[in-house]
Design a protein around this ligand. Structure first.
Ligand code: ATP
Ligand code: FE
Length: 342
């Protein structure tokens, strides 16, 4: 099937056309960094308006680039949550209108499932079950992925997400939003052993993540006299974050016999230091590390279209009354830990 994917759950407006062979016929992402930069973070109301202005023209552009029309589609897949509700509503209602107008089925996609299945778009040989480190702006989870719609959550964060720690640390360092790429660039000039920072929960018997204490330690270090070199602080923070992700993932891999691969997805998976640390960890378990190319790690609509393709054979279509959801955990049994994580 040929599926149109729509994404608008945070601050990227995106439309893409993907087929069942994994060919991406077009994938367009309109970011909003300039809209939100003055505020140092995403402003939900501004994001919703920007999605509303940009999504429909972007769909036209994606169809034109792929050289197809609505009649050529087999389904429309739109993110239905979790995320900033105004933006999710823009994308979902656009998807409903297009599906209705084209007379094609609608697939309401969980944004996290988009991230979770994206590695199978870039790596068709990746089989279930795999252990997934989902590491993004709003989530840091370890999931055993058994198939589309079948996720067992082994760990989540008890406070901040890893991407949030990157964004907050970047703010402390006076770097722009989004913080992840800015920290990675600055860290290249720094010494990652120069500033002593904690590795929250490392070695702990509980499975979860924690990043709030690391961010607070970055704030304390930045305010010390004399202050550390910013590049040293960025590099030391990035190393500490990578160490935490490796330590917690090792614990989950120990508890996950029979997986085919260790997989990382989500925006923070774009980080090269983290990717190479995770490659080392996977090899400890004789597993391949599967990580999508950078453009599929950060938010995009190709992964949403792909999630639609994964769901297509089972005929799991949604009615035009399907709701937009601000919260939508992938594993309904693995409810929030101490109130954190979706
Ligand atoms: P979620 O998917 O949890 O709803 P989101 O969609 O906002 O959240 P993504 O777009 O998947 O998150 O990822 C964005 C996050 O990834 C931001 O926190 C950003 O700082 C981080 N990020 C992006 N590139 C890098 C990088 N090179 N190094 C570290 N972090 C990065
Ligand atoms: Fe995302």
């Amino acid at each position: 099937p040929l599926v149109l994917g729509l994404e608008s759950s945070c601050d990227d407006t995106a439309a893409a056309l993907v087929d069942a062979a994994g060919t991406i016929h077009s994938s367009l992402v309109a970011g909003q960094n300039d809209d939100h930069a003055p505020y140092g973070g995403v402003v939900p109301e501004i994001a919703a308006r920007a999605h509303s202005d940009r999504l429909t023209p972007l769909v036209g552009q994606a169809l034109a680039e792929a050289g197809v029309g609505l009649a050529d589609l087999d389904a429309v897949a739109a993110t239905a949550g979790p995320g900033l509700i105004g933006g999710v509503m823009v994308g979902l209602v656009t998807g409903k209108a297009l599906a209705y107008a084209a007379g094609k089925p609608l697939i309401a996609v969980n944004h996290l499932e988009g991230h979770a299945l994206s590695p199978r778009l870039s790596e068709p040989s990746l089989d279930f079950p795999y252990l997934l480190l989902l590491v993004s702006g709003g989530h840091t989870q370890l999931l055993r992925v058994e198939g589309p719609g079948s996720y067992k959550r082994l760990a989540t964060t008890i406070d901040d997400a890893a991407g949030e720690a990157f964004d907050k640390s970047a703010k402390i360092l006076g770097l722009g939003y989004p913080g992840g790429p800015a920290i990675e660039t600055l860290a290249r000039e720094g010494d990652d052993g120069a500033v002593a920072l904690p590795r929250p929960l490392a070695g702990s018997s509980e499975p979860h993540f924690s990043f709030a204490g690391l961010k607070s330690a970055v704030l304390r270090a930045a305010n010390a006299t004399p202050p550390p070199d910013p590049a040293d602080l960025a590099a030391s923070f990035q190393r500490a974050a990578a160490d935490c992700l490796v330590d917690r993932s090792r614990k989950a891999l120990d508890a996950s016999p029979g997986v085919t691969a260790f997989v990382v997805a989500g925006g923070v998976a774009a980080n090269q230091t983290i990717r190479s640390a995770l490659t080392g960890l996977a090899s400890e378990f004789d597993l391949p590390l599967v990580a999508p190319p950078l453009a599929l790690c950060t938010d995009n609509a190709a992964m949403i279209a792909w999630a639609g393709i994964e769901r297509f054979p089972a005929g799991e279509f949604d009615g035009l009354d399907v709701p937009a959801r601000a919260r939508w955990p992938l594993d309904p049994d693995g409810e929030a830990v101490r109130g954190a994580g979706a």
